[in-house]
Design a protein around this ligand. Structure first.
Ligand code: IPE
Ligand code: IPE
Ligand code: MG
Ligand code: MG
Ligand code: MG
Length: 319
């Protein structure tokens, strides 16, 4: 079943185009990733949360675009940090335009996000959006720094991992939902329930991303497989394995982990070693998604359907 409403997605894409019109290499570099597609799950969440109460989609669009622009800025910089050469099925921005221009292209998208916020008509709502959006940008930076620092450490705990992903990935997903609630004028109680929902789908989303990095289909996800192993990422899967594997298997995993030039067979060997831990991660995703949907129960059955579908999509997604 198709979890996304196509009409909403095409509206988002049409408006995104408008923000990135411009001449010169920097605009071309900025459009490279943005117009290559992507699931658009964050702006979609903003719109469908807004639709719980609001009825004029145009009213929420600038806020929705702002989160997608921020997301794309983080991806361009993330691919430089993670040494990844493919995303959304095409070469990454820094591979095509070089790192200095890619950094700038990310910066341009970041700046355009705040242009979009300034396009929110109601100035009181715009100010509230600015508040949550700017704070989540701070969280993303802190989370991304933790992600990198963890590469060098062996003994990362589950708690540390969950804090890291709640910042690098969760924060913007919570914000996407929250700004939909702000523009749609949800009550404080509704807003709180939506935040709890979003926190859990945010965690589930990143854990599923970590799973797909190992067992996804390269063409479907559009990103390289095994990149997290080569980079030495401390994903939930790796942390669980390091805590549960017998000594010899653990030693072998640590030999491969962080080996930038690991051969395909070594990556496959690591994935085999991680098998049980992948299963553990799947269970975590399921649990978070189930919990997330519980928080939606305060909304009318028909109204909450799209939000429930997205939670299910996160659990089942293969891209
Ligand atoms: C990838 O996000 C980065 C993470 C936070 C895991 P998405 O999986 O939403 O990427 P696109 O936008 O669909 O390409
Ligand atoms: C990215 O996490 C989180 C961001 C804030 C961009 P990943 O590094 O796992 O995302 P992918 O797998 O490259 O999309
Ligand atoms: Mg990455
Ligand atoms: Mg990363
Ligand atoms: Mg990943």
């Amino acid at each position: 079943m198709e979890p996304f409403d196509k009409d909403i997605l095409s509206l988002i894409d049409r408006e995104l185009n408008r923000y990135l019109e411009g001449e010169g290499t920097i605009y071309k570099a900025s459009r490279h990733l943005l117009l290559a597609g992507g699931k658009r799950i964050r702006p979609y969440l903003t719109v469908i949360t807004y639709m719980l109460k609001g009825e004029r989609i145009e009213e929420v669009l600038p806020a929705a675009l702002a989160v997608e622009l921020i997301h794309n800025y983080t991806l361009i910089h993330d691919d430089i940090m993670d040494n990844d050469d493919r995303r959304r099925g095409i070469p990454t921005v820094h591979v095509v335009y070089g790192k200095p221009m890619a950094i700038l292209a990310g910066d341009l998208l970041y700046a355009k996000a705040f242009v979009a916020v300034s396009d929110i008509r109601d100035s009181k709502k715009a100010h509230e959006v600015l508040k949550v959006l700017s704070r989540s940008c701070v969280d993303v930076c802190v989370g991304q720094a933790m992600d990198m620092e963890f590469e060098e450490r062996e003994n990362i705990t589950m708690e540390e991992y969950l804090e890291m992903i709640s910042k690098k990935t969760g924060a913007l997903i919570v914000t996407s939902v929250e700004i939909g609630a702000i523009i749609g004028e949800c009550s404080p109680e509704e807003r709180e329930a939506l935040r709890e929902y979003a926190k859990r789908i945010g965690l589930a989303f990143q854990i599923q991303d970590d799973i797909l990095d190992l067992i996804g289909n390269r063409d479907k996800i559009g990103k390289p497989i095994g990149s997290d192993i080569r980079e030495g990422k401390k994903t939930l899967i790796v942390i669980h394995a390091l805590q549960h594997l017998p000594e010899d298997r653990k030693r072998r995993l640590l030999e491969i982990l962080g080996k930038r030039d690991a051969r395909e067979e070594e990556i496959e060997e690591a994935i085999e070693i991680l098998k049980d831990s992948i299963e553990f991660a799947r269970e975590m995703v399921k649990r978070y998604v189930t919990e997330a949907k519980e928080y939606l129960k305060i909304f009318d059955k028909n109204k909450r359907k799209k939000l429930e579908d997205i939670a299910d999509f996160i659990m089942e997604r293969v891209y």
